[in-house]
Design a protein around this ligand. Structure first.
Ligand code: CA
Length: 249
């Protein structure tokens, strides 16, 4: 049995743009990373003013809003979003380090749809985002449950569960992404820098050798003999390619 990953429906694309307003770059990166894995596109603002501008201009499906912002405070951003015609109904997910009930109530009274307190689990945040979107736009937003199945390998892209010949295997997030990426382009050769651009993202600076490290880890998990790989193949002088046919063996 073979199930290919479903291409994302163009119908739901416009509903998958998320704006994050957060002054801490590390948190923006973390949120972006986790949302992008789930097929969302992310627009970032480092302060409230820019957040308001982008909320009107980019037409996001949802805004993740930090409360402690330089300049315009998050709650004021929230109030202004609700006061303006074009963002009146924009779902707002509050992100805050201040866990006090006061903030929660205030945020919700100001028109926020939900809140997540820092430190947060990225997975929980993504789950909350999906729940708010579902409430706001209905179940049309749900992607089909994405499962890849071929030969010995089964990957559930929603739960991150990977099994090889029925045995669960644990992959690091980067290895998981690498595997997902390779399986989308069977037999296609990618250079290290292409892999970095497509899996790590263009605005991240890492050594091309980093790819080798993660390929090695991935092979240790999925190859029968990682010294003689049959699935993730080295193409000498160029880079790597994936041979999913090896899974059937
Ligand atoms: Ca902050």
């Amino acid at each position: 049995m073979e199930t290919q990953v479903q291409p994302k429906s163009p119908l739901i694309e416009p509903k998958r743009k998320i704006l994050i307003v957060e002054d801490e770059k590390d948190i923006r990166d973390l949120v972006r990373y986790n949302l992008e894995i789930e097929g969302f596109s992310v627009v970032e603002a480092s302060d409230g003013e820019l957040g308001l501008t982008l909320a009107a201009r980019e037409r996001p499906a949802l805004i993740i809003l930090d409360l402690m912002l330089p300049g315009l405070p998050g709650l004021e951003v929230c109030r202004l979003l609700r006061a303006r015609e074009e963002t009146l109904r924009l779902p707002i997910l509050i992100l805050t380090a201040r866990a006090s009930e006061v903030d929660k109530v205030l945020g919700l009274e100001m028109g926020a749809d939900d809140y997540v307190t820092k430190p947060f689990s990225p997975r929980e945040l993504v789950a909350r985002v999906k729940a708010v979107l579902r409430r706001a736009y209905g179940p049309v937003l749900d992607r089909p449950h994405e499962v890849y199945e071929k030969g010995r390998l089964r990957i559930d892209y929603d739960t991150y569960e990977v099994t090889l010949a029925g045995q669960p295997i644990t992959l690091g997030l980067r290895e998981f992404e690498l595997l997902k990426f390779f399986l989308q382009y069977p037999q296609r050769v990618f250079s290290r820098s292409q892999i970095l651009d497509l899996v790590w993202g263009q605005d991240v600076y890492v050594e091309p050798r980093t790819v080798d490290v993660h390929i090695r880890r991935l092979r240790q998990r999925i190859e029968r003999d990682d010294a003689n790989p049959t699935m993730i193949l080295t193409v000498r002088g160029v880079g790597y390619k994936c041979n999913p046919d090896a899974l059937a063996e």
